[in-house]
Design a protein around this ligand. Structure first.
Ligand code: AKG
Ligand code: FE2
Length: 927
């Protein structure tokens, strides 16, 4: 039915002919002379004449009559000349809008019929620039004969007739540039001024169109889309009249619209079973290549997408963004739930606009009042070019963000380059959320009360935190603050769910979803938010953003390079090196060495003879099947074979990867998070927890215990966490605010696994299950070590951690989520310990080797550094009471297996002394 498009183009071309088609090369002489008269009449007008003749306020009715009579006269010629032209021009247009279900769409016949369109109005718009704009209102109740040849994907071909065409529209013709040479203008641009009313019917010749479901609808919307998009303003056709370059008249990208599709709320259910599976289609122009489709969210009437799209904007004053929400029906065609539109003219360039749009059934006809739900978007329009006074909205008060820098740097570059650079910007920082209070929550139990608490989740990495439960209160006050490390603030969001705590579980009360845009823009704000999904209630929050922007492309820059904003954490802290002033007398932290790197200090250069073994060719990425064993902890009470596997793992490797250990991945994430937040503090802030010169506990790098000691390339926070009553809280960070709370919870969880594992290890040797625990004394000891390994420009010349064995009984290591580096010595080869998701890497330490009389091995291990990425780990060293005498358990000493070790007491300091000397503590315990 592109006939209408063709028609419009035809008419317009016809019009252009009337006005200035001086180059009607193929026309017959008769038609030419008819045209020539008309052209001459109009074209002879000077610029002043045309303004006089077509005065905007008043134009004589004869103008219309004159136009109409001329059009009627030349109509047969237009028809004849235009038909082929229409076919040739319109078929490729149709192709662009052709729906997927059709495999081809062409004209098999096209004539415009005998009835010419009638002009019903004319107006002239003064153009400050060098041109005249003529607007012609036109009506056409035509009798064209148009037959489309439609082929469906199923291979069915059918001729479809387009009938009963009724069209009302306003043509806009722009004569520009005005010149003094005949015919007084260089080119004509034409388009339809705005959406046009157009009716037609479709009929399959010799059949019923409804027999093939979907085809009629698809055709109809294709025609409407094609008309709307291919010829409706700002889209235009430019016909050059005089030779010249008119590319400035063509439609050109003016800027980019960034759209964040946040969520939708209260969508109508379209499914009989379950709920709709919504997805969104977004577009400015309905071209297949320019439409964006979101993910499908299964079975949810309140979907959260958090998706980001970009669109080219060609004319902010007239274009719209359209959003259509559909229910995905699998193989069947999707069903529309509702649609909405925003005028781009409502956007202020460079300012983020947050909108909730009500969904309607049809954007044209507003008679339906049914509630279909609403959709939440964030919109930001960036004009191209940076010299236009536009201010980057993501700038912060205290520093120039990467985004701003990109825009500035890009001033002399082309738009595409700037756009690409802009895309690379990641807004990184720390988000602090204070959950202040809620008011007027709906009752959740029969007593008219609730016991609310709030769960905070970062959408991207799933990090979670929760507030305490406030009992029996519909207006709870929490006043709790949570910090989150955010890698990509512009694309992340925080979800706050309110739950009612219940002895038998919990009930969902409602939620608030916030993107980080506002907090990134404002730095800090306090506001209260309506609780979605609840009858009533508001949640009061304070949000704060501490930016640490980074430029993604530069991530691979190596340490000595000039930039100081891209080297992982070391970079971020480099500005705070000022803090070093007071501490100059003390050795620098590795982080400071890395930040000020010029050449590798002597004290870090490792000695080759410390290597103990050769490197396994498989290196750090050795496949798990031949590498460190993986043990399913949850099976150790029920599966003898798993217990056996454990025994052989600790007897040969001395270490294993524990999965299903009972600590949730999201909690492990929290541990990584507090570690990251701590190491990201300024040097000054971290040094508040600095260890004393001859003490292990606190923040710092290696204690210097021996002469010529080679230093490890890592900084750490070392804390004695058990027994509880001996904790030295002055070393426990108060920043991030939840550090102590989270670490304490981790300690309790590790305590449980430690007990469980010691019992399992005893059972695996057919010993009494408490035989190891019995040596623990009145209270077990646990130390935590948060390690931070900055990248090093010469990674092969340093050790992250020198080869060593742990002095603990058992070590629970939470590895970095992405960066490997740990290697374990197995049969004379260094084997990489890979990262296994949500696993804990568990090591036997010297004390358990002693207690097991050498059956279990305390393995040598070391940490290697790389030049690109920082690495963070958290090790928990678990062992008996300090200064408690330990020795091989009775059941493991026999005539065949004599006692290998003396009774000993182990402490941290002796361990480190051995370690720094490059000897193994355990050698001193041997008989
Ligand atoms: O960071 C690591 O991967 C290992 C740490 C370690 O071995 C230790 O702290 O003893
Ligand atoms: Fe270790």
């Amino acid at each position: 039915m592109s006939f209408v498009v063709g028609l419009i183009i035809g008419i317009t071309i016809g019009f252009a002919l009337i006005i200035g088609f001086v180059r009607s090369e193929n026309g017959r002489s008769k038609r030419r002379s008819a045209l020539a008269t008309t052209i001459a009449a109009l074209a002879r007008m000077t610029r002043e004449d045309s303004k006089k003749l077509l005065a905007p306020e008043y134009y004589p009715s004869w103008v219309l009559a004159w136009l109409n009579s001329h059009l009627t006269k030349i109509w047969p010629n237009v028809d004849e000349a235009a038909s082929e032209l229409i076919k040739a021009n319109v078929e490729p247009i149709l192709e662009q809008y052709r729906p997927i279900i059709l495999s081809s769409l062409t004209f098999s016949k096209l004539t415009l019929g005998t009835v010419a369109p009638q002009f019903t109005g004319v107006s002239v718009i003064e153009d400050e620039s060098d041109g005249i704009t003529l607007e012609l209102e036109m009506n056409w109740d035509g009798n064209p004969s148009i037959i489309l040849d439609v082929k469906t994907r199923l291979g069915v071909g059918l001729p479809v007739q387009v009938k009963d065409v009724a069209f009302t529209g306003v043509f806009r013709l722009i004569f520009k540039p005005l010149v003094n040479e005949f015919p007084c203008f260089g080119a004509v641009s034409f388009s339809l001024r705005k959406k046009t009313k157009m009716d037609f019917t479709l009929k399959v010749i010799g059949g019923d169109i409804s027999a093939i479901p979907g085809v009629a609808d698809a055709l109809e919307s294709t025609i409407h889309d094609a008309v709307e998009d291919s010829i409706t303003w700002p889209v235009r056709k430019v016909i050059p009249i005089l030779p010249g370059d008119y590319s400035d008249l063509e439609l050109k990208p003016m800027g980019i619209l960034e759209v964040k599709l946040v969520q939708a709320h209260g969508l109508t259910n379209k499914d009989l079973i379950g709920k709709s599976d919504p997805f969104a289609k977004l577009y400015i122009r309905p071209l297949r290549s320019r439409m964006k489709t979101s993910k499908v969210i299964d079975n949810d009437l309140n979907p959260v997408w958090n998706e980001h799209f970009e669109f080219i904007v060609e004319d902010i004053s007239t274009q719209h963004l359209t959003v259509k929400i559909y229910d995905d029906d699998g193989i069947q065609s999707s069903e529309l739930i509702g649609c909405a539109q925003v005028k781009l003219s409502e956007l202020v360039p460079g300012k983020v606009k947050d909108v909730w749009l009500k969904l309607v059934k049809d954007l044209e006809i507003h008679r339906d009042n049914k509630d279909r739900g609403k959709v939440h978007l964030e919109l930001l329009y960036y004009p191209h070019g940076v010299g236009n006074g536009f201010i980057n909205p993501f700038s912060s008060n205290y520093s120039m963000t990467s985004l701003e820098k990109v825009l500035k740097d890009g001033e002399n570059e082309n738009d595409e380059l700037v756009d690409n650079k802009r895309k690379m910007v990641i807004t990184r920082g720390v988000l602090s959320v204070t959950v202040i209070s809620a008011e007027d929550l709906p009752p959740a139990d029969l007593m008219g009360k609730a016991d609310p608490f709030v769960v905070l989740t970062m959408k991207k990495n799933g990090t979670r935190n929760k507030t305490r439960v406030v009992n029996n209160n519909l207006n709870p006050i929490w006043n709790q603050t949570f910090d989150f490390v955010v890698e990509d603030g512009l694309h992340d969001m925080i979800i706050l769910e309110i739950w009612d705590h219940d002895t038998f579980g919990k009930d969902f009360m409602g939620r608030c979803i916030l993107t980080l845009t506002r907090v990134i823009l404002e730095g800090e704000y306090k506001d209260s938010f309506e609780v979605e999904g609840a009858k009533s209630g508001k949640l009061s929050l304070n949000l704060k953003w501490l930016a640490q922007p980074r430029h993604q492309e530069h991530q691979h820059v190596h340490l000595p390079a000039d930039t100081n904003q891209t080297r992982g954490y070391a970079m971020v802290e480099s500005q705070s090196a000022i803090a070093r002033g007071n501490h100059d007398s003390q050795p620098k932290q590795v982080e400071e060495v890395a930040a000020d790197y010029d050449r590798l200090p002597e004290s870090y250069i490792r000695k080759e003879d410390e290597e103990y073994g050769s490197v396994n060719s498989a290196g750090a990425s050795s496949p798990m099947s031949v590498g460190v064993p993986v043990i399913d902890i949850s099976l150790l009470n029920s599966s003898l074979s798993e217990l056996d596997k454990l025994k052989s793992a600790v007897s040969s490797w001395g270490c294993f990867q524990a999965i299903n250990h009972g600590i949730e991945g999201s909690f492990l994430e929290k541990i990584r998070e507090i570690s990251k937040l701590f190491f990201r503090l300024s040097m000054e802030e971290k040094k508040k927890y600095l260890r004393a010169e001859n003490d292990v506990e606190g923040y710092g790098n290696d204690m210097v215990l021996t002469e010529n000691q080679i230093l490890d390339w890592n900084d750490r926070l070392y804390l004695n966490v058990l027994p509880r009553h001996q904790r030295r809280l002055q070393f426990w960070p108060q920043n991030p605010t939840h550090f102590r709370e989270v670490l304490d919870e981790y300690v309790s969880k590790i305590e449980l696994i430690n007990d469980f594992l010691l019992k399992a290890l005893a059972r695996s040797l057919n010993l009494h299950e408490n035989c190891f625990l019995d040596q623990y004394g009145t209270t077990a000891t646990m130390d935590a070590r948060f390690s931070y390994y900055p990248p090093c420009p010469c990674p092969e010349r340093v050790f992250g951690l020198k080869p060593h064995a742990d002095f603990s009984a058992l070590t629970f290591l939470l590895q970095d989520k992405e960066v490997e580096g740990l290697q374990v010595l197995k049969d004379g080869e260094w084997v990489g310990v890979p990262i296994v998701r949500d696993a804990l890497t568990i090591n036997i330490g010297d004390q358990l080797e002693v207690m097991s009389n050498g059956v279990f091995k305390s393995p040598m291990h070391r940490v290697m550094i790389n030049s690109r990425d920082a690495r963070m780990t958290v090790a928990m060293f678990c062992m008996p009471q300090t200064e408690k005498d330990i020795g091989p358990v009775d059941g493991l000493v026999s005539d065949e297996r004599p006692r290998l070790y003396k009774n000993v007491t182990v402490n941290v300091r002796t361990f480190f002394t051995y370690l720094q000397k490059g000897t193994r503590g355990i050698d001193a315990f041997k008989i």
